[in-house]
Design a protein around this ligand. Structure first.
Ligand SMILES: [Zn+2]
Length: 393
């Protein structure tokens, strides 16, 4: 049997897991998690190994064979088998045959308080507003692909938005730093040739984020982790955070929940506005993209454009959601930018189709030119910027 981890060190604010010889080509350096605010000294080993195990599990599933992780609890290893089945269902073109064997007794959590992964974006802000009465601990992870350790600017705006939300609703918030994406070598990207998106996006992020959060949750008394859905029920393609992956994850001390899968982005915007109005909360400013300028969201990237579309189709004010454009200017901006300034991918077609569907429902008797345009919009029929550039030559 091959081994996963050569050694784990547990310090007051830092947990570091050193890969075994067999895995050394997949990691640049030992995988660490670091939190200033939380004392991690008393983390049991079966919890301390989770950042490493949950991030590396898909790699060893792809490699095949039997892998020994004596730090991991027997129960968590059994549960990982369920996740492995989910991965095989989502990505049937690849084999996921490796098996991780745990041996330890699972540690238990005595308190019951939920935690929520929070980044200030639409998905996690929607979840936070839905769950706010349960007083979830907000956990923000610095080091994911969309919030890398080096990107100080983006991190500062996320920290500010998180602090504001936590203060408004009297929630605890905890920041964690980790190298869980930057430590992976290019060898990892070669494990599944032909993936439609990166290893991070397609395979790693749901499990990996939960793993990074696990030790901090143990210390903070959280027995449940909410992970916000990025996709909705209609989205069929495999994605690295999914009800069948992180949605079934359970390490005894806590379990994960995949949250918000029943709402598309437009419905999330409307729900945010309704929750704010009914409970007299302010509408939280959204950190939609990390390409921030002084005004906030860039308003040019596909994610900003889509989110503005979802705001406008609900007849809401983009300025209230963190975009520096009034309703009318935002409408002209979108009509001029879609599809002209985006790359038309399947993901974009799917996203805009669902916004357009809401435009059809909201047309009313006197629709403005924007609503009419949006109701008719079908990106699958329109050539995007790159195709038109090519056609004009
Ligand atoms: Zn943007």
């Amino acid at each position: 049997m091959q081994s996963l981890i050569s050694k784990i060190t547990i310090e007051p604010h830092l947990i570091t897991a050193y890969p075994s010889e067999e895995l050394s080509e997949f990691l640049n350096e030992p995988l660490f998690i670091h939190s200033e605010q939380i004392n991690l000294s008393n983390t049991p080993e079966d919890i301390a190994c989770l950042p490493f195990i949950y991030n590396i599990a898909p790699i060893v599933w792809r490699l095949g064979g039997d892998w020994r992780a004596p730090q991991l609890s027997y129960a968590a290893a059994e549960n990982l088998e369920l996740v492995r089945m989910g991965m095989a269902e989502l990505w049937p073109d690849y084999e996921w045959n490796g098996k991780i064997h745990g041996a330890a007794t699972a540690s238990k959590q005595s308190s019951n308080k939920p935690a929520l992964l929070f980044s200030g974006g639409l998905d996690s802000t929607f979840s936070a507003m839905q769950l706010v009465k349960q007083k979830p601990t907000l956990i923000t992870i610095h080091g994911g692909r969309d919030l890398q350790l080096a990107d100080e600017n983006a991190w500062v705006s996320v920290e500010r938005a998180t602090a504001k939300f936590a203060t408004t609703h009297q929630l605890d918030s905890i920041q964690i730093k980790s190298n869980f994406t930057s430590t992976l070598t290019e060898r990892v990207d070669q494990l599944c040739p032909g993936l439609p998106a990166s290893w991070w996006a397609s395979i790693q992020h749901g499990l990996g984020l939960a793993g990074v959060a696990a030790p901090v949750m143990f210390a903070a008394g959280n027995n449940e982790l909410y992970i916000s859905a990025t996709h909705t029920t209609g989205h069929q393609a495999g994605w690295g955070s999914h009800p069948k992956l992180d949605g079934v994850l359970n390490w005894t001390a806590a379990k994960a929940n995949h949250f918000g899968y029943d709402h598309d982005r437009t419905q999330k915007i409307q729900a945010l506005a309704d929750l704010a109005e009914n409970n007299h909360y302010p509408i939280p400013e959204l950190i939609v993209c990390t390409r921030r300028n002084r005004q906030g969201n860039c308003m040019r990237c596909p994610k900003c454009l889509r989110t503005m579309g979802s705001v406008l189709v609900n007849d809401l004010d983009p300025e209230k959601f963190g975009f520096e454009l009034n309703k009318n200017d935002a409408k002209s901006h979108l009509m001029g930018s879609i599809p002209a300034s985006i790359k038309v991918t399947d993901n974009e077609i799917f996203a805009w189709k669902s916004i357009s569907k809401h435009a059809v429902e909201n047309l009313g008797s006197k629709p403005d030119p924007f609503m009419k345009w949006l109701a008719k919009l079908d990106l699958s029929k329109k050539p995007g910027f790159f195709e038109r550039l090519f056609a004009s030559k």
